[in-house]
Design a protein around this ligand. Structure first.
Ligand SMILES: C[S@@+](CC[C@H](N)C(=O)[O-])C[C@H]1O[C@@H](n2cnc3c(N)ncnc32)[C@H](O)[C@@H]1O
Length: 218
């Protein structure tokens, strides 16, 4: 949280990180992938929207069951990696800043998936308002994000800039657990789960690495 909160900086940083994002050691990325896969989300025959798809690691998995996946991201570099990884006709990658209104029709989506994106988004209410707009009744939004306790300990997305060899920290915003919960509730969604996740080998006294929230549209 020391980096300036400049959204253009975020997209540029992910452009620089894109080529190594999948091969860098990254326990947070790996745990988020495991938490998502273990969440018991219904995929078969569903229309899925993914926000901040990055290199498509989770898009690829979502596409194995879903009827269709629309995956949004504002980093051209990350989207290029995602398109290389996933070449299915059922998957559409769309360059888009998720802080703006989503290019998705009202009540047209069964499941929204968001992993490790919202630390870069200052205001959560517009995200959950858009979720309430595009979800079909009974639809679900699942988010897994860096836990605020770890944010308070100074953790945020970071990578080694290949051009300089220096550690680059990507602009991030602190979100308390209550911010996720209240933003979803204020959008008219129903909270169905809140999870806190540590690495398998982590001691119970270690701060959780991730927080997850799950809401349904009534
Ligand atoms: C840490 S990566 C996570 C990628 C993927 N979801 C995963 O779990 O591996 C964060 C991604 O969110 C994207 N992102 C951050 N802020 C965004 C915004 N406002 N609009 C669209 N994409 C955004 C970045 O470009 C990057 O690809």
């Amino acid at each position: 949280m020391t980096a300036p909160p400049d959204p253009a900086h975020v997209a540029r940083a992910y452009d620089l990180w894109a080529a190594r994002y999948d091969t860098d050691e990254n326990r947070t990325r790996d745990l988020a992938g495991r938490v998502l896969r273990a969440a018991g989300l219904e995929l078969a025959g569903r229309d899925v929207l993914e926000l901040g798809c990055g290199t498509g690691r989770n898009t690829e998995w979502l596409a194995t069951g879903a009827r269709a996946v629309v995956a949004l991201d504002f980093s051209d570099g990350m989207l290029a990696e995602a398109r290389r990884r996933v070449g299915l006709p059922s998957v559409r990658f769309v360059p888009h800043d998720v802080r703006r209104a989503w290019p998705v029709a009202d009540a047209s989506v069964d499941l929204i998936v968001v992993t490790l994106v919202l630390e870069h988004v200052e205001a959560l209410p517009p995200v959950f308002n858009e979720a309430a707009r595009v979800l079909r009744p009974g639809g679900t939004i699942f988010c897994a994000e860096l836990h605020p306790m770890r944010q308070l300990l100074g953790r945020q997305a970071e990578f080694t800039d290949p051009a300089t060899g220096e550690l680059a920290r990507i602009a991030a915003f602190l979100h308390d657990a209550s911010e996720y919960v209240r933003s979803g509730l204020a959008a008219g969604l129903v909270l169905t789960d809140l999870g806190e996740w540590r690495d398998d080998e982590a001691d119970r006294t270690a701060p959780p690495r991730l927080i997850s929230v799950r809401f349904t549209r009534p």
